[in-house]
Design a protein around this ligand. Structure first.
Ligand code: ZN
Length: 151
């Protein structure tokens, strides 16, 4: 298999796995920050919950409805930033969002499952599905209780 075929297959497996069995899919009643995000193009709606202790994130969870890509991206996000510092989570979110921008560039590589999800760049109309949870996370960290939209 070529590298491109490998990426597509890895992408499909990753999206299927996380969308069928999303990690940290739950409401957090005592969240320190939360935000709602909406992608009207696809109908994805996610609420992201964050609990932190000082500068350390101790819990990230989400709930909502969305397509497989939005759910997979949110699931992967909670696994990646769930035990990071607030600063590291912001850096990760910024790197992921840059990575989905059009054009040829090598972003500060997101690792693991998020790298697999970058295969969504082959489907430009679905990129907002993948970026929605990360934008919503940033909105939560920026002040909480804000609604964001990809439009
Ligand atoms: Zn979607």
């Amino acid at each position: 298999m070529s590298a491109a075929t490998d990426l597509k297959s890895l992408y499909r497996q990753t999206v299927l796995d996380h969308s069928r069995n999303p990690r940290n899919f739950r409401r957090v009643e005592d969240a320190d920050a939360r935000a709602e995000g909406h992608n009207p193009l696809c109908g994805d709606k996610v609420t992201v919950f964050v609990r932190f202790d000082g500068d350390d994130i101790v819990d990230v969870a989400f709930e909502g409805v969305g397509c497989a890509i939005a759910l997979a991206s949110a699931s992967i996000m909670t696994e990646q930033v769930g035990h990071e510092t607030l600063a590291a989570a912001r850096q990760d979110a910024a790197a992921v969002l840059v990575g989905f921008e059009p054009g040829e560039h090598t972003p500060a590589a997101p690792a693991g499952d998020m790298a697999a999800l970058s295969g969504v760049r082959a489907y430009p109309s679905r990129i907002k599905c993948a970026t929605l949870p990360w934008k919503t996370l940033l909105a939560a960290l920026d002040g909480g209780d804000r609604a964001v939209t990809t439009e």
